[in-house]
Design a protein around this ligand. Sequence first.
Ligand code: BGC
Ligand code: BGC
Length: 950
Amino acid sequence: MSRDQSKQGLLGNARRASQDSNSDESDSDIEATDFLDRVVPILSRDAIPQPPIKRRKQGWLLRCLGRRSRCCIGFSAAIVVVWIILSAGGAFVYKKYQEEPPYGQSPPWYPSPKGGIASSWAASYEKAAKLVSQMTLAEKVNITTGTGWQMGLAVGTNGPAVHVGFPQLQLQDGPLGIRFADNITAFPAGITVGATWNRQLMYARGKAHAIEARNKGINVLLGPSVGPLGRAPAGGRNWEGFGADPYLQGVAGAETIRGIQSEGVMATIKHFIANEQEHFRQAWEWGTPHAISSNIDDRTLHELYAWPFGDAVKAGVAAVMCSYNMVNNSYACANSKLLNGVLKDELGFQGFVMSDWLAQRSGVASALAGLDMTMPGDGLKWANGESLWGPELTRAVLNGSVPVDRLNDMVTRIVAAWYQLGQDDETAFPRRPPNFSSWTDDRMGVLSPGSPSPQDEVVVNQFVNVQANHSVIAREVAAEGIVLLKNDGVLPISRHGFREPPNPSKEESNKLQVAILGEDAGAGKGPNFCKDRACNQGTLASGWGSGAVEFPYLVTPADALRREFDQNKVQVREFLTNQPNPNGGLAAALSTVDLCIVFANADSGEGFVAWEDVRGDRPNLKLQKGSDELIVSVASKCGGDVVVVIHAVGPVTMENWINSPKVKAVLFANLPGQESGNALADILFGDTNPSGHLPFTIGKTLTDYGPGGQVLYTPNGVIPQQDFNEGLYIDYRYFDKYGIEPRFEFGFGLSYTNFSLANLHVTSHKDKSPLPAPRPSPAAEPPSYPTGIPSKNEALFPVGFRKLEKYIYPYLSSVDDIEVGQYPYPDGYYTEQPLSGAGGDAGGNPDLWAVYVSVEVDIKNTGAIAGAAVPQLYLEYPDKQGVDFPVRVLRGFDKVYLKPGETRTVRFNVTRRDLSYWDVVQQNWVMVAEGSYVFRVGMSSRDLPLVGTW
Ligand code: BGC
Ligand code: BGC
C-alpha cells in the first residue's frame, strides 16, 4: 500500500496540512531494517530496536549479497514475494474500502467544538481563561505535550507553564491500583467490580484508589476502562473493564469516576474506542505498519461502544483516552467524527482528550480532529524524542496550519479540568514530582531516566505508605465479586468440617480430610515474579499489562484456608501444582479425602507482551496450564465432594466437568487482587453470603459467541480489518437472538439463601415522544482569546537553556524557515457540521437523562440466612417496522441486603436514553412512541419472572 493510499484511511480521505505531511514522512521513513526487527510480532519496551540485532542482520545480508550465492537469489525472491503480498494486500484493502465501504469511510467533523459550554464547568473555564490568556505559545504547547517516555517519574508527564504557575501533571496507570509503585493496594480488577453489581463498592474502590494516587503525587489516574467492552470473550484486556454490557460498564465506570474525582484526582475513561482486541492494536507492535481498523456502524457505535463513555461524561470525567486502533479506517486519535462529533459535540465532553501511549499517528490532523494532549510525548516511535507535537505543534501554529484557537481550546480544556478538580489547591496537590519512581525501586535515581544526558541523582522513592485501610474495601469487592455458579448443598462449609469426625480424637485419621489442589491455590514464585504480571504462575489475582500493579502482598487461597480451618478437627493437605502425582499416586492420596477444593485459572493481558500462546488475547476459552484436566482428574479420584474455584480474566469453558455429580460447587472468583484468599474464605465459610453475578455470558464453547465474538488472529490486510458485522449482537444479546443455550447466562449468580420477587409496578412520569426536547442553547460561552498568530520569538529556546537529550520541549532552535501560508486542511474542514440534536450539555441533551418511567418490585429473603440480592431489570422494545431490536437489554440493577424474612421495595428509574435506540437517519436517540415497552425483572438475564408494560 502506498503512502497516499494509507493517507486515505485517515480522516476520510483527509489531505493533511504541511506539518502533518512531515510527520507522515517519518512514518514511511521507517526503514526496511526496522521492519525486519518488527516482524517479531510482540515488542516490549525493552525490545525496541536493538542495534546488535540489526548489525547481525546486515552482516548476514551483506555477506550474502557479496557472494551472489543461491541464498542471495532466494533472498531476493523472498523480498519480491513479500512485496507482492504486501502490495496485493494493500491494493485489496484500498479497493475494498474505496469501492464498497461497508460502513463508509469515517466522515469529517469540523471544526473541533470548544470546551466551556456547560454550566457545571463554567466556573472552571472562567478561571482557566484567565490563566491561559497569560501564557506564551511555548507554554501552551508544553501543556499539550508529554515530555517523553521515562522523562518523568510517572508513566506520563506533560510540560508546565512555569510563569503562570501551572504545574506539570503526573499521569499514572492504571485501573486496578497505582502501577509501578510501592506500598499501594492491589485492588480487585474491573471485571470483579462489575461482578459485584454493587454501586457503593464501585464508588468506594474508586475513592480509595484516588486517595492512594493523590498521596503518591498523581494528578491523573489512567482509568477506569470501559473499552474493550467485551465483544470478544477472549479479548486480552476485557478484565480491566466491568463486563460485556454497555449499561453495566456505564454504571460501574461512572461510579468509579465519581469515587476517584471526589478526591480531586482526575479520572481518565479509556480506551475511546473499539479497542476490542490486542492483536494488531498498535502500528508496528505486531509487524503490521498500521493498527487494526474496527469497522462499526453508527447505531452499534452509539448503543454499545460509546454508551458507557456517555455515562462517564455525564459523571464529569476529566479526561478521555483515545485508543490505538483505527475506527472505520481512521485512527481513533485523529478521527474527527469520533472526537469532535461524538465526544465533544454530541456527548458535550468538557475535559481533554489524551492519546494512548503512541496512539497519535499524525500531527496536524489529530489536532484538528480534536486531540488535546499527546502521551507520552514521543511521536511515531518510542523514546526517540521526536514528537508529533511539541516543537512541531509550535511550528504548525506559527505557520498557520493549526489555528491558534484550536491550541487555545486544547490548553483551556486541560487547565479547566485541573481547576474543576480543585487541583490548584497546593496543599492537596503540591507542585512537585510524584514521591515514587516508575522506573526504579532504589531510593536514589534521576528524574528523567529516558534521557542519556548526565543528571544528578536525587531521592526518587520515598516509599510513602498510602494503603490506609483500603484492604477492607479490596476484600469486600473481592468477596462480593465471587459468583457462586453451582451448589449442591455443599457450601458453605464449616471451619470445623461439615460433619463430626467419627471418632473425635486428635488423631489425624479421625479428622475431616480436606485437600487443596492446583497451582492456582498457592503462592508460586510470588505475585510479582513476572514483569507487569505477564505470566500465569501461582494464584491468579490480576491480568497483565499497564492495568496491573506490583502486589504489596497477596493472600493466597491456600494461606487463608490453612489458617481458617480448625486444625483440631480438620486435616488440610495441599497439592499446589496442576500435576499433583504423575505416578498415579493421586488416586490413593485422594481416595480418603472428604472434600477436594480444586483451583483452576485463565490469564490474559495487554498486547505488548505475550505469555506462552496468550499473545495478549487468549487463543481460546480453556482453563490454562492443565487446570481443566486437573479438575477432571480430581473429580474422578476424590473420595468426597469436589468444590471448584476459578480465577479468570473472563469466561472459560467448563463442559468437561460442570455436570460431574462429584463437582458439588463452583465459585467463579474473577480477579480478586491482594485479598484473594481472605475473600474466598469469607465466602467458602459463609461469613459473607455470595452475591456476585456474572458480568458476561459463560458459553459452552467459544464458537457459541458467534462470528462477531472472535478475535482476528491473523492480519487480513496491511491495515487489518475487523468488521463488527454482528452489530448489536454481542454476548447475551447474541445468545438470546439466536436461541443459544449458554452454560451460565449473563447476570447469573446463586446465594446461600433464596429470594422471591413480587408486585411489579410501573409508574409513568412523562409521556412518550419519539425525540428528546430540542438541544438546549449553551449555558455558557467558551472563553475567547486573540486569534492572531503569536510572535515567532515566543518559540525559540531561551538563551542558555540546558537541554536534556531526547526530552521533548516546545521550543524550536530556529524559526527562520517558518512561513505562514494557506496550507491545505482536511476534506470537509470548511463545511461546518450541524450540531447534534442529542447534544447541548455535559453528557449530551439533558432530556436523555430524564426519568420517563420507573419500575418497582418487592424483593424478599425467603431463606434462613441474611444475604444480598441483585434484582435486574431488562427492557424489550415495542415492535417497530424496519428496526431490529435485541430480545432484551439490561436497563437497571440494584443490590439489596436482606435479613431472613425481610422484604424491600426496589425502584428502577428508566431514562429516555434507556428507552431509545439510535436512529441513523435522524441522527438522534428515538423512543418508540407506539406500542408497549416490556419490562422484565428477575435475578439474571434468563430468570425473569416478573413482567410489566409501559
Ligand atoms: C509500557 C506500557 C505501555 C506499553 C504500550 C510498555 O512497554 O510499559 O506502559 O502500555 O508499552 O505498548
Ligand atoms: C495502554 C494504556 C495505558 C498506557 C500507559 C498503553 O499501552 O493501552 O491503557 O494507560 O499504555 O501505560
